[in-house]
Write a protein that binds this ligand. Structure first.
Ligand SMILES: [Zn+2]
Length: 264
């Protein structure tokens, strides 16, 4: 129950049950049949009562890297300062970083995160313990063919393991980007997601550099890759999107799915 909320200039109490708003009553009125002391109470004075926010693209555990060379261009930051550390991160470290990231997001009103990262068992453990709703997947980048085959098996095992771990946690298939994952792997990812009824989560053009790398593909290749990257939505219309600077960035063609745009 949220007490002392203001709606339309009137002080009201908001009663929730089973995860939904059950009633809104004037003043601090109780619901009939509910005894005082039998419900959790929140004081709404000075607060905004609103639906929970959705963070459509997170790497929650990366809160551990805050302040590490974060004034550099994306690729230099990633390749020289982040990926070497991520290569030796343990599941417990991902868990600790995810707890911190989730705590900060909850404090800002976020109740759902769509998280792509390494060691997602750690992120899932943090999400389940902290009560946030989350869609979680293990990011992958292509390497040698043998390594790719092992990674695919690991990801399928991970999905089997985490499936049903919590009613608040759903799963996704997470190729990193069209310029770090081959067309063959994107096709595998699209088929895996479609076959399991999962979303496919991918970077398309988070910054100008990513957009330029994507745009180096031929138009045909670019179209086929991002079509697979949007979970084989072959009936959806093509759309042209530009992220970053709209006047200088090369456009990407995508179809199907939802797009989370970065802010500048
Ligand atoms: Zn990202």
């Amino acid at each position: 129950m949220v007490e002392n909320a203001v709606l339309g200039g009137r002080k009201v109490s908001i009663h929730c049950a089973g995860g939904v708003i059950a009633d809104i009553r004037d003043g601090g009125a109780e619901l009939p049949g509910v005894q005082r002391g039998a419900v959790d109470r929140l004081d709404g004075r000075g607060c905004l009562v609103a639906p929970g926010l959705i963070n459509a693209h997170t790497h929650a555990a990366m809160t551990l890297f805050r302040g590490r060379a974060d004034d550099l261009p994306l690729m230099e930051w990633l390749e020289r300062h982040i990926w070497p550390y991520e290569a030796v991160m343990t599941e417990d470290e991902v868990y600790a970083g995810a707890r911190l990231g989730i705590l900060e997001m909850v404090r800002n009103g976020t109740t759902f995160i769509n998280d792509m990262y390494w060691c997602p068992r750690g992120t899932a453990r943090a999400a389940v313990e902290m009560g946030i709703r989350a869609c979680i997947g293990e990011v992958f980048i292509d390497g040698p063919a043998d390594a790719n085959r092992r990674r695919r098996l690991e990801i399928e095992r991970l999905l089997d393991e985490l499936e049903g771990c919590s009613s608040r946690v759903s799963l996704s298939v997470d190729p990193h980007a069209v310029y770090t994952v081959s067309e063959d792997s994107l096709r595998w990812a699209g088929e895996l997601a479609a076959g399991r009824g999962l979303i496919l989560h991918i970077h398309v053009a988070e910054t100008e550099v990513e957009g330029q790398r994507t745009a180096r593909r031929s138009t045909v290749a670019r179209r086929s890759r991002i079509s697979v990257g949007s979970a084989c939505s072959t009936n959806a219309p093509w759309r042209q999107i530009r992220c970053g600077c709209p006047t200088t960035m090369s456009p990407c063609w995508v179809r199907g799915g939802w797009y989370a745009c970065t802010t500048r």
